[in-house]
Design a protein around this ligand. Sequence first.
Ligand code: ASP
Length: 239
Amino acid sequence: MSRNLLLISTSTTYGTGYLEHAQEEIKALLQGKSSILFIPYARPGGISHQDYTAKAREAFEKWGISLSGVHEYDDPVKAVKEAEAVFIGGGNTFVLLRQLYQNKLVDALQERAAKGMPYIGTSAGTNVAGRTIGTTNDMPIVHVKTFDALQLVPFNINPHFLDPDPNSTHMGETRDTRIAEFHHHNRQPVVGLREGSMLRVQGDKMQLLGPHSARVFLQSEKPMEFKPTDDLNFLLDVY
Ligand code: ASP
């Protein structure tokens, strides 16, 4: 597979603007391209497709890349088939995946991404690049026919990964606990991506980018920390 993916934990880190923390990596991924197709289906905060696309357009146009929203096309499948690159923004992962299936974009995205079309995901857009959406932080506010996602990588992702606060009196589950529960029922690894982190996947190679380590959860193992310089390629082998 000649994958060419940039899977970003969050679009916005504390104190930086929209996509600002990832701009060098995005520009590098899109080198030689002049346009990108944006998929606004996750609708963060319920924002319209049009308003969400306008926000993404503003960021990409600053970098000399023209951006169109997939909802602007009569035939969204054709739009994906002809796109130079695709960006799926964050929001609610269930709303996003449901609309990807409703508009029959799953196969088209899989085919194009497998052949090397640059794919950028932030947050929910990163969740759907994984095997299933079973490790999203989102509430299932709509019903999706399956949790199976685009499977551009053979593991699951937990974006916005949050470490427990040792001084907190909150009694709800930690992310570690929730992911351990996931592993009682599912076998695939889970990568906890802290805000500011990204995964760059090129073919069968994967690199962690950004200032933080990533927390990797394998079924029946203690969680492990991997630094950006560590070898993460094993996660691309199917478990
Ligand atoms: N709601 C997140 C996003 O911004 C996704 C997640 O936390 O799982 O897209």
